[in-house]
Design a protein around this ligand. Structure first.
Ligand SMILES: [Fe+2]
Length: 185
């Protein structure tokens, strides 16, 4: 029984759901597939019991961009809420809500209270999810975190929430990278 529940919320089911929601979004789907592949590689940095959770969260981290899911327009929150309604585990929903320093952006877009409904996990799984997302660009190519930050600023523009929190987000992401690279070595 437990095994069935686990596999129903495992990487395979996550891939299937992400595909249904994102396959028509082109680059977003390419990005998602590459982030999931990256997360699989990084699963050596997390406890064995958390590896499926990491890969499932990677498949689902950007589902908030799907037209049928977007509500507030803040994709980490929209994705987490949708996954919660579908019965995905609380921990996975919280990882999606907070991936890649989402709380820094939530502060700027006025959604920090809503995001704080989800506990912000710190540790190898949250780090690996963020590192996977930040070492794949918006088109699914492998990049460094530095290149990813440049890409994000170029896409969102100088007046964007991303630009406004860049001075906080950059050191946060570089610290994540250092921890993950330490675990890899
Ligand atoms: Fe992403």
């Amino acid at each position: 029984m437990t095994t069935n529940v686990m596999s129903a919320r495992g990487p395979g089911a996550a891939r299937e759901l992400a595909g249904r929601l994102l396959v028509d979004l082109g680059d977003r789907w390419r990005h998602t597939r590459a982030v999931a592949a990256r997360a699989r590689e990084l699963s050596v940095t997390v406890p064995p019991g958390d590896r499926d959770l990491l890969v499932a969260a990677a498949w689902l981290h950007d589902t908030g961009y799907a037209a049928t899911v977007a509500a507030t327009g803040f994709h980490p929150l929209d994705g987490a809420r949708h996954l919660g309604r579908l019965g995905w585990p609380d921990r996975l929903c919280a990882l999606v809500a907070h991936h890649s320093g989402a709380r820094l952006l939530a502060d700027v877009v006025g959604l920090v209270e809503e995001l704080d409904a989800y506990p912000r996990e710190e540790g190898p799984v949250a780090d690996a999810l963020t590192y996977a997302d930040q070492t794949v660009d918006s088109r699914g190519n492998r990049v460094t975190i530095g290149q990813r930050l440049v890409d994000v600023l170029a896409r969102h523009g100088p007046d964007s929430p991303h630009a406004r929190v860049h001075h906080l987000r950059e050191p946060f992401l570089l610290a994540v990278a250092e921890r993950v690279e330490d675990r890899l070595s």
